[in-house]
Design a binder for this molecule. Structure first.
Ligand SMILES: Cc1ncc(COP(=O)(O)O)c(C=O)c1O
Length: 482
């Protein structure tokens, strides 16, 4: 880092503004909260007094020239990037800006199928064509693994006209692909490298963690500061490597970015970046230690499998992010969804997600040792009352690779009809369907529905999984192509 990371220009400008007691004849209309006392009661006076719009001393996110520009330079420096964009519409907007920056109508992009829904939605918006690298699934825990560089190379050679390769670093399940090799292969062929680091902010600051996108030489990477970075929900950062023109990326961002960016979100990004630059190394060492400790304790209980670096095989799992506490639960006779519900309903513990086979407890810079003990204790308790070997569930994996028959955009805009999900096998889906979280589509527009996929959806529904995507709010029906 070359810059003085202890400054936080947006935060400092907001503090100066607050002391000035400017009379507001601009939006927002709540006027420092005075017009909405109930909101002040909920959020506090300080918070509402800082909920202001762009103005001279506070800069403008659409065309930053002063404090936001400085904050972006500091963020780029902290992450080792050429340029950083502060984002206020989630990592969804960072992912979409990455794809729209490199892929136009009918251009191909190489990617794994286990991407977040924002990726598929970006392809609907820009008309890009996904070319999937076949995923391997771990037999024991049923999750999709990373991208084997050999498989990526084959797809690259078969599709030399692809404009970019998209990589998850890591996946929601902590799995990392060999990003350095994939980046080298892509650049040799003139393809850009886009990295989804929604779950990887800490890779830039901690030690002994998998390589980050920028370090690996990626062209663009989407970093969810609000996940492991500690900023407010919905704030995110988009990083540019050497291969991109940041002014063009800014134009793409401005296609859909609000003209009323929240200073609560912007200042939270500024302060979090400073915090991570100054203290990230120590904080993430603590996070790794807590996750390692929890993993050992949970594996001691028996029945559960809290997985870690032993999954590394040099190809499909190049590295594993140890801060992710994932536990395979089916050997105790319960699905991940059931353990998720039990933790919430019986133990007042909210975890990140439960799917058919796994749970994810998100461990971060805000956790305390006593909370880890509570989680371990609750899991022990749940195990004692479970019935191991209970066979009320199907032997399905949490990742089923569907077959794409039409592009996402073509299918999204095609003529459709509704059929009951139980009868949808053999039809082409016209919409997305996923469990949220993790938000990885089970089906995207243009994919063939199979018996296995129908079984998975019905089973996930029966177990209480939150299914989203279809037009039908009850998720009884699926829109399929006519
Ligand atoms: C892999 C991945 N990418 C992108 C996103 C989108 O992030 P956000 O919810 O901040 O829009 C998520 C959200 O969970 C995600 O898991």
């Amino acid at each position: 880092m070359k810059l003085q990371q202890y400054s936080a220009p947006i935060y400092e400008a907001l503090e100066a503004f607050r002391r000035q007691r400017i009379v507001p004849f601009d939006v927002p209309g709540h006027k420092r909260g005075r017009g909405n006392p109930e909101l002040v009661e909920l959020l506090g006076e300080r918070c509402l007094s800082l909920d202001v719009n762009s103005m001279k001393p506070l800069d403008n996110l659409g065309h930053p020239t002063s404090v936001i520009r400085k904050a972006e330079e500091l963020a780029a420096d902290a992450f080792g990037a050429e340029h950083a964009f502060l984002m206020v519409n989630g990592t969804t907007s960072s992912v979409q800006a990455m794809i729209l920056s490199v892929c136009k109508e009918n251009e191909k992009i190489i990617l794994p199928r286990n991407v977040h829904k924002s990726v598929i939605n970006a392809l609907i918006l820009c008309g890009g064509i996904p070319v999937y690298v076949p995923s391997k699934v771990n037999d024991r825990i049923g999750i999709a693994l990373g991208m084997d560089p050999k498989a990526v190379e084959k797809v690259m050679d078969e599709n030399p006209d692809a404009t970019a390769v998209f990589v998850n670093n890591p996946t929601y399940y902590g799995i990392c692909s060999d990003l350095v090799t994939i980046t080298r292969m892509a650049h040799e062929r003139g393809m850009k490298v886009l990295v989804d680091e929604a779950h990887g902010t800490h890779l830039y600051f901690g030690e002994e963690l998998p390589v980050s996108g920028i370090e690996a030489g990626a062209d663009l990477t989407a970093v969810s500061m609000h996940k492991s970075g500690g900023s407010l929900t919905q704030s995110s950062i988009l990083l540019c490597g050497q291969g991109m023109d940041p002014e063009y990326v800014r134009q793409i961002i401005n296609l859909s970015q609000t003209t009323s960016a929240s200073y609560l979100l912007l200042s939270s990004l500024d302060i979090s970046r400073r915090n991570l630059a100054l203290r990230g190394k120590v904080s993430f060492e603590r996070v790794s230690q807590m996750a390692r400790y929890a993993r050992e304790e949970i594996n001691e209980i028996g029945g559960y499998y809290a997985y870690g670096k032993e999954l590394i095989d040099g190809r499909n799992v190049f590295d594993f992010d140890e801060t992710k506490l994932l536990v395979y639960t089916r050997d105790i006779g319960l699905t991940g969804i059931e353990v998720y519900d039990l933790l919430r309903d019986e133990y007042d513990i909210q975890i990140e997600f439960g799917d058919i086979g796994n749970i994810l407890a998100y461990i971060s810079i805000g956790d305390r040792q006593q909370d880890i003990e509570r989680l371990v204790g609750a899991l022990e308790d749940i195990k004692c009352s479970a019935v191991p070997g209970k066979k009320d569930h199907l032997e399905v994996d949490d990742f089923i690779e569907p077959v794409m028959v039409k592009t996402p955009r073509e299918s999204f805009y095609a003529k459709k009809e509704q059929v009951a999900i139980k009868d949808a096998s053999g039809r082409v889906s016209g919409e997305m369907l996923m469990c949220y979280p993790p938000g990885i589509p089970i089906l995207t527009p243009g994919e063939m529905v199979s018996d296995e996929i129908v079984e998975y959806i019905l089973f996930a529904k029966e177990k209480g999984c939150s299914l989203q995507g279809p037009m039908d709010p009850e998720v009884e029906y699926l829109s399929v192509l006519k």
